[in-house]
Design a protein around this ligand. Structure first.
Ligand SMILES: Nc1ncnc2c1ncn2[C@@H]1O[C@H](COP(=O)(O)OP(=O)(O)OP(=O)(O)O)[C@@H](O)[C@H]1O
Length: 951
């Protein structure tokens, strides 16, 4: 059995834009020819009227008449189109799915109801199915197409409604095929073993899962019986009793009562789980326009469809699988008029609303990846919310237009592809021990989940534009039908022992089949949902046309059931980063990068320590002081650089670790899964969708700049279409630059702000480190020097600078006071000098008087001597003395005040000095040059006092 799953390649080329390939075998070659199917597969389901298949084209998507516009099609009174199918970004708190559904979303436990069903293989006239087990359904029982007996009631169209509660998930009880052995013993319960045995006995391969869903009649009749149609969910039967009538059995048939949740559980839940386990999986919706493909895939706010529910389960799986770590990336493309467009990087619209041209996306093929689109943007997602937003963004960019049958008809095939990378988690977490070398246990497994909403088949179109689109749509759907028919023929031939490759398959005839090549050729698990609308109001012609179209869909479903044989295998694990396709295995690349960075970190840590030691050693060498200083400066610089580099490396490691999801990841856990949908609902409900309407009437929101960051690129430049506003409550789990999803300006803004905050924090860290390093550097450089580092401002410690300022102010104040004191002292000294001079004169006069008295015999002439100054002195001295006393007293009081306040200390001999604690409190540096506190400051008071006392 050929293994054609994508292989991993070398690690050096980061995946950028390529869409992971839908797996494709190399065994078949296309000749480009379209061959019409001519035979009903021997073992396949057969429509009751074989002629309807053989006689007509294999797929005739075009309705033959004009059908009335469904009333529920969403055209308002003004004739403007309203999107009835709410975008997937608009899911409110999803409805509780616990009631009628399996208790655990991924329990995989088959339910009794489904197990109890017995294959209907006993019809005399009916045609048995191939009996192939469905890998996804587990029934694998293959329904027979019975002409009447056994399945239909005798009266023909008895409606057998099957309330949702009575049904169980058939998707839960499929376990294996011989080709794809499911190796989880825990799930190999009795039913699984039974199925496995049965599958071996039958075909050894797994069929695709084919389901049919009938949408409620636009006319309002919701019954199971619509004229000539009967839809029986319990029997998985669609019966038609008109011309070419018959009974059609499928893996699942959903009535108009079945909601999206139920549809998902039966058609995709198991497949999603398989994808998480390493298989490739494809789900696509096929059907006539307006029958509910988009409704089923995307859903509504109150009833999320396959895509959002799959996303929910993906993250549930991650959460519930602590033994593995995951990395998810998503891409979203559309095929419109046979051209591929990247819905995640739609160019901005110009002023006229016309979108700028996008780089052409091409399909390429290589042996490892099969067929893939390139260049295509992929975004790494870390939470359900983020993933939903990315898809919602793509959804809004998708081309839609109002048609006769659908007010908002999808005019393109849309492919959401989610790539799941996973690997075993190393014991002890992330492998931070640095012990891992290139080879790591387990390797990385890469699988893809493709969720495809096809454009609806249609014929009638009023405008040229619509007709052109319609013809492209129909052509690609026709090619799809042809490929499936030929696959069926080939299978039959193979069974007969003929050429294994059989007829050439025209995959290349359309982009759709080319892209689906891997899935159609069996490398992927496939689930097909065919949508029909049984009721058709209006003329008989339109009813006939509608019936023909519905029959074509049913025949397509039958052929697909018999044609596509899955031999999907679990993806091989790429060992190390060097495995095949390693370049695309981001998980491994990130892990390796983290490892390398950690090693660098370790090395740098050691180098830093060595440097520090060297610095210490060199410090001891006093004889080489000058050299030491220089070396120190250099080393400090190096240490600083290393520290900065370490910080950067740590940041990078943190970032990479955030991208890798595990059961404990914030994004995976926060908000849970349903709440993520809740966030979306808020987003959508508050958003105003103002899609641009081009002259052709084609709606799209094409003016979105791509903010999406592809791998290794940063999210930039989020732009929204003009006039579009969206309000979103930011979820906490949108992490990093990849998390915007462009859901809204506000979300963008918040995301950018968060990013900015991150960067600011980082800058702050760097600055801090810089300052620390500088401080350390200058403290070391200045060791042995008394010059204080006045130049260095301790940036982060504002309290220190405040303290210094305070002390400066105190010093200035003290200086002012000292000045005052100096002035007073000068005044006192001058007073003292005057007093001394006066006293000296008085003494001289006294002496002179004494000598005169002694010489009384000859008294001198009275006027011989001038008036004794003493008389003058005596006259004025009491006043002067009083003033000196007052000043002395004042000075004493001042000094006493200082002594009492602790600023000055009185010495034993009456002298005073500045208190020691005042010095220690920051004013000791007054002695520093430039601050000039007088050295004799402490005795000033004492000197003054002694002077005063003297006075
Ligand atoms: N099962 C359903 N229950 C309720 N409404 C439905 C259901 N299926 C479809 N509808 C409604 O029918 C309308 C058309 O559905 P939708 O757009 O999903 O059709 P479609 O098959 O995707 O059409 P097209 O191929 O033109 O894109 C929408 O308004 C949708 O809400």
């Amino acid at each position: 059995m050929a293994t054609t799953l994508p292989r991993l390649r070398g690690p050096n080329n980061p995946p950028k834009n390529a869409l992971p390939a839908l797996p494709m075998p190399k065994s078949r070659k296309s000749t480009g020819g379209i061959a019409s199917p001519t035979r009903t597969p021997r073992s396949g389901l057969r429509a009751p009227s074989a002629a309807s298949i053989h006689g007509g084209p294999p797929l005739s998507p075009a309705p033959t008449g004009a059908l009335p516009i469904p009333r529920g099609a969403g055209i308002n009174s003004a004739g403007r189109s309203i999107r009835k199918t709410v975008s997937i970004n608009s899911f409110p708190q999803p409805p509780s799915r616990s009631g009628s559904l399996p208790p655990s979303p991924l329990s995989g436990v088959p339910t009794p109801a489904r197990r109890a069903r017995t294959p209907q293989l006993t019809s005399k006239t009916g045609f048995q199915s191939s009996g192939m087990p469905s890998f996804l359904n587990g029934g694998g029982e293959g329904k027979s197409l019975l002409g009447g007996a056994g399945t239909r009631h005798s009266d023909g169209l008895v409606s057998v409604a099957s309330p949702p509660q009575s049904r169980s998930s058939s998707a839960q009880d499929s376990y294996s095929t011989s080709a794809t052995t499911y190796d989880d013993p825990s799930e190999m319960n009795g039913a699984g073993v039974r199925e496995k045995r049965a599958s071996k006995g039958l075909d050894g391969k797994g069929n695709v899962l084919v389901s049919v869903r009938a949408r409620p009649d636009a006319g309002g009749s919701n019954g199971q019986t619509e004229g000539e149609w009967m839809v029986d969910g319990r029997k998985s039967l669609v019966a038609y009793r008109g011309r070419e009538g018959g009974d059609y059995f499928y893996d699942n048939v959903f009535t108009t009562h079945d909601d999206n949740s139920r549809v998902y559980d039966h058609i995709a839940k198991r497949l999603v789980r398989r994808v998480m386990e390493g298989y490739h999986g494809t789900v696509f919706a096929y059907g006539m326009t307006g029958t509910g493909k988009t409704f089923s895939m995307q859903g509504t706010a109150s009833s999320p469809g396959v895509i959002p529910l799959a996303i929910t389960d993906i993250f549930s799986y991650i959460r519930e699988t602590p033994s593995r770590e995951f990395l998810l990336r998503v891409s979203y493309l559309e095929i419109y008029n046979e051209r591929i467009h990247d819905l995640l990087s739609m160019p901005a619209a110009n002023a006229t609303g016309a979108a700028a041209a996008q780089e052409e996306i091409k399909l390429r093929e290589d042996s490892k990846r099969g067929v893939y689109a390139t260049p295509l943007k992929e975004e790494i997602v870390q939470s359900p919310t983020q993933l939903l937003r990315v898809i919602a963004r793509g959804d809004q960019a998708r081309r839609t237009a109002s048609t006769q049958f659908n007010a908002r008809s999808s005019r393109s095939h849309a492919v959401v592809q989610i790539v799941v990378e996973s690997r075993e988690r190393l014991p002890g977490g992330s492998g931070a021990d640095g012990k891992r070398s290139g080879l790591v246990p387990g390797g990385v497994r890469v699988s893809t989940l493709s969720l495809i909403d096809l454009a609806g088949s249609e014929k009638a179109a009023e405008s040229k534009e619509r007709r052109q689109e319609g013809s492209h749509i129909n052509k690609s759907l026709l090619t799809l039908g042809t490929v499936i028919s030929k696959l069926s023929d080939n299978k039959e031939m193979e069974a007969k022992g003929g050429d294994k490759d059989g007829k050439h398959l025209p995959y290349r005839d359309s982009k759709l089949t080319r892209l689906l090549q891997g899935a159609l050729s069996g490398n992927s698990l496939v689930s097909i949902l065919c949508t029909i609308q049984t009721g058709a109001a209006g003329s008989t012609a339109s009813a006939n046309s509608h019936a023909t179209e519905t029959l074509n869909t049913l025949k397509f479903a039958s052929r697909a059931k018999n044609s596509i044989v899955s031999h999907a295998k679990r993806a091989e694990e790429a060992l190390g980063a060097g495995g095949e396709g390693g370049a695309r295995v981001l998980l491994e690349r990130y892990r390796m990068e983290i490892l390398e960075l950690r090693q660098q970190l370790d090395t740098q840590g050691k180098a830093t320590n060595t440097k520090v030691e060297e610095v210490e050693d060199e410090k001891d060498a006093e004889e080489e002081l000058a050299r030491e200083k220089e070396a120190e400066a250099r080393h400090e610089e190096q240490i600083l650089e290393m520290q900065l580099a370490r910080t950067a490396l740590k940041e990078r490691i943190d970032h990479l670790n955030r991208l890798i999801l595990s059961s404990k990841s914030t994004g995976v856990n926060s908000n849970g899964t349903y709440s993520a949908l809740g966030v979306h609902s808020r987003f959508s409900q508050t958003s105003i969708r103002t899609s641009l309407t081009t002259p052709s009437g084609l709606e799209r929101t094409a003016s979105r700049g791509s903010s999406a960051s592809t791998i290794g690129r940063r999210s930039v430049g989020a732009r929204h279409s003009s006039g579009e506003e969206a309000t979103v409550n930011e979820d906490e789990d949108t992490i990093g630059e990849y998390g915007d999803g462009m859901a809204s300006l506000e979300a963008q803004n918040q995301s950018l702000q968060a990013d900015l905050a991150d960067k600011n924090r980082y800058i702050a860290t760097l600055e801090k480190r810089l300052v620390q390093a500088r401080r350390a550097s200058s403290s070391r450089t200045s060791a042995g020097f008394s010059t204080p580092n006045k130049g260095i401002m301790v940036g982060e410690d504002h309290s220190v600078s405040a303290l210094i300022k305070e002390k400066d102010a105190e010093i200035a104040e003290l200086r002012a006071r000292l000045d005052d004191k100096d002035k007073m002292l000068t005044a006192l000294r001058s007073a003292a000098r005057s007093r001394d001079a006066a006293e000296g004169l008085e003494t001289q006069r006294s002496e002179a008087r004494s000598s005169l008295l002694l010489e009384s015999v000859s008294p001198p002439p009275q006027d011989a001597l001038p008036d004794p100054p003493v008389a003058k002195t005596n006259r004025y001295s009491p006043v002067r003395k009083r003033s000196v006393d007052e000043m002395s007293k004042m000075l004493d009081e001042m000094i006493q005040d200082r002594v009492e306040s602790g600023q000055l200390v009185r010495g034993v001999r009456g002298s005073v000095r500045v208190a020691n604690d005042r010095k220690a409190g920051g004013i000791t540096d007054l002695s520093q040059p430039g601050l000039e506190l007088p050295q004799n400051d402490q005795v000033v008071g004492g000197e003054a006092q002694s002077l005063i006392r003297e006075a």
